[in-house]
Ligand binder design. Sequence first.
Ligand SMILES: [Zn+2]
Length: 643
Amino acid sequence: MHKLLPRAILGLLLLFLAGFGTVRKTVGCSPVQETVARESAITKSRDSVSAASQAALKSLEASLASASKIAGVASESNVYETLESLRLVLELEPKGRHRFVLPRASNAAKFNAEQFKKALEAEWAGIKSAIQSLCEAVQQEIETADAKQDWELGYRLRWQLAGLNAILPVVVDPKRARNEPWSHAKALHTVSEGRKAFTNHPKTRWPANSYTVMTTTHFEIASQSDMKSTVEVASLSEQAFAVWKQVFYSAWAGKQTTAPEYAEPVDHKFSVVLFRDQASYRKALQSIADISISTGYYDPNEKIAFFYWDGAKTPSTLVHELTHQFFNEASANPVALDPNRGKGFWVVEGVALYMESLSTRGCGGSLMVDVGGWDAPRLQAGRYRRLHDKYWVPWDEFHWADGKRFREEEDIRAWYSQATGLAHLWLDGSAERRVAFAAYIESVYANKESTALLGKLDEDKALRDAYDRYLIEGPSAMGSRPFFSNRREAVLSRTKLSAQQLLDWPIEFRTTPWLDLSFSQIDDRLFVDADEQPRGWNLQRVNLESTKVTDASIPAIARSKNLSELDLSNCNVSDIGIQALTGHKSLKTLWLTGCKVTDASIAVLLSIPQLESVHLAKTSVTPVGWSKLLAAKPRLKSKSTAP
Ligand SMILES: [Zn+2]
């Protein structure tokens, strides 16, 4: 059966320009760093921190279990969500994604920390001491890392301590923390009010007084947009930089790092231009090829990232362009990449697309930030392309492609999907994989692309097999809970998740608008068990094709008030189950291909007021039943499949 790529996913696949103007060539030095040994030391020394976080998680378990039972009751869901945030932050270093905890901007931090404490009233003493022990463990690890001159670990831990310290009001021994944020973390506090520009903008030619200039520790943002969105962009830019510096430490630190304060990677401010809307963005940049199909653009010659305010879509575009900017302007090694002729161009885009996964969630006075993870929208699109469409560009062709080849590719979206997926494969993988990948990125930016750095994955079959395994097993094998901010879809088709694993996830998951579990191993427990809890499922689009779902699940699924599309193709579903859909108010599309339905279900289909598409191939519905349906609902004809 042929089905189109889900619309929700397609909508996210916006095209991005590579953002390279004319060629800039400099001589690069060797990108390879002796990071493998360092990384294994990191893994080893984390034992006491992970013991402390495990202990803290354990102390939370009982509270969470009882809170989740009553979380369907509105007045209790605040406690549940607070505890769930705490659980996510205490996971500290979950598998299969990168998690960071950053202090919030100071004005909001205090208020949020107090609110957090209030929500946790009953558990306060236990939680306070758990976080306190965790902070002490991290502090000790910092000392150990410094003694070993393991600057990368020391750097990440300092961020972690700053974030953990800020979660609750005054948790840590004040003598130790002195309530002063770590100097790097202070950058998150510097977002100012902004001021009207005194001069015409040199690049966009905006007249003086017609736009705002907002300055933070690392950014200068020229904005046509309103103050609220400009502040949001400024905060997010600092957060993105804080995260980039931790994920790609070796890229900017090189070998010159000095502890304990750490030098900043740049001595200039990153320049960002925020247009009011797409029309003004296109107009101002019209001389650049393909600008009309882009949502953001980084110009490495001017050293400016351009983009426009686009509501909820803004953060991913911003982070994408900033990632290009950070690698170009903050790398320790000179950037020598020829944007047209340089090999390995996929990784330049892949890593920016990977960083688009960045999402945030409040946790008291701190902000959790996740990057990577199986639930990243672009990875989910990539998973669909690979597992459903079987799309694969052979590795030799893919990594050898230069920017020109990449941009000229007809199916550029599919290439972007593969670039995203492969970036996730390496960056969300083991420590060794991440280190190898960091070295590979450096080799590409130095214009000396070397897949030899990627070890045994530098071979088409080995890579494709590893990629498929990662896509299929990733969501279940990683064991980490999904993050669920800025996520509207969960494409888990063909993965190995069980109904129980999905039920154990945060109950927010049950309101994911778009859920694709087709060809997975889930069964009726997923819906029947959830239905017995205060918060059952509330989905808009759900695909259960070729699963073990039967009639027993349909009443629970039908309780989703906004359900608009339901795919039960090739499930063991009969007229009995279909009864539960009688009169469903929002259902528009129903796939029953290969189900055991007969003419007895025609009355149910007629009772669904908004139904506009129904698929009855390989069912026992007769031509008479089909004619009866079309006679009463003629609009079904164009979008449906006859029995
Ligand atoms: Zn890009």
